[in-house]
Design a protein around this ligand. Structure first.
Ligand SMILES: [Zn+2]
Length: 307
């Protein structure tokens, strides 16, 4: 979890705690018995702590106190749990993390969404490159217009099938300037619009954040492993750091495939170049046809054409 996210959750818990104190004050004025119940509860916990109450006795007293409080609150027209700890996300109790069935800690959906907001604020996913704004007019030839339209329809189907497309992974390759990044962004944007917690990054930014994480001791790879959808753009432009780059890409591909999480990879490199750069172990996963749809875009460079 990033430091920014950790700060968000500690602020959130602090805010909810202050809200609870205000509720206690407000209810205590209306019915002082609620305050004495709180004191009794604190006393029971203290007695339990020093061993003057058995856990069984403490449990039954806490239960009785809770029941009386609940009844009082309901008689005042308030929810029975009005004076219990307030959680914005009951699932992770505002920690941002949950354990999965294997006991592994993962980011909660709320943390992924928050992280996405933070990433949107960092504008890695833009509002310009969306399916709505797609225009085949940018392509010079009829054949490329057809290719562009087919690509758009294909990507829209992929988004529609999220979070569980038949083949979870999508590899988009082709030379630079054919609109690959446009489609990557449009997929990310479309995924967010349907509530799929998406992380979009470039391979360069990804490796950079892993390197920064080593300095700050953050678990920088976690968001890339647990995002419901990962769009990894510009694969092949990142720095080749020994023991970091290939290992990071491997871990992302491997762990996401094991968790059936969809991943979009975008690269200027063809499959031969992917093998050369990342080695057999990683490249064979990138182009594994059993779990990956591979799209090759061909034609003239759009950027030179626009000029
Ligand atoms: Zn949560």
């Amino acid at each position: 979890m990033t430091n920014e996210l950790k700060r968000y959750y500690s602020d959130l818990r602090e805010k909810n705690h202050r809200a609870l104190l205000r509720r206690i004050e407000e209810c205590g004025k209306k019915n002082p018995r609620l305050l004495s119940l709180l004191e009794e509860r604190a006393l029971v916990m203290k007695q339990l702590g020093v061993g003057s109450l058995t856990p069984a006795n403490a449990k039954s007293r806490i239960g009785a106190i809770g029941a009386e409080r609940r009844n009082l609150l309901i008689s005042m027209g308030l929810p029975g749990n009005y004076l219990e700890t307030i959680y914005t996300c009951p699932r992770c109790k505002d920690t941002g993390e949950v354990s999965d069935e294997n006991g592994q800690t993962r980011l909660c959906t709320c943390a992924l969404k928050k992280q996405q907001e933070q990433m949107l604020a960092g504008s890695r996913i833009n509002e310009r490159e969306t399916f709505d704004r797609f225009s085949e007019g940018v392509y010079p030839t009829d054949e490329q217009k057809k290719q562009g339209l087919a690509m758009k329809r294909f990507c829209e189907r992929y988004v529609a099938a999220l979070p569980k497309p038949e083949k979870p992974n999508l590899l988009i390759v082709g030379q630079s300037g054919l609109g690959k990044s446009f489609f990557g962004n449009a997929i990310a944007r479309g995924a967010i619009e349907k509530g799929v917690a998406t992380v979009k990054t470039t391979a360069y930014q990804c490796v950079q954040s892993i390197l920064n994480g080593i300095d700050t001791r953050e678990d920088a790879i976690a968001p890339y492993l647990s995002a419901e959808l990962l769009v990894l753009d510009d694969l092949g432009t990142e720095a080749m750091v020994p023991n970091i780059t290939v290992e990071t890409v491997f871990r992302i591909l491997n762990e996401r495939a094991a968790a059936f999480l969809p991943t979009v990879l975008i690269s200027n490199l063809n499959s031969e170049e992917l093998y050369e750069r990342y080695g057999e172990r990683v490249a064979s996963r990138m182009i594994d046809g059993a779990i990956t749809s591979i799209v090759v875009l061909r034609g003239d460079n759009l950027r030179t054409r626009v000029r």
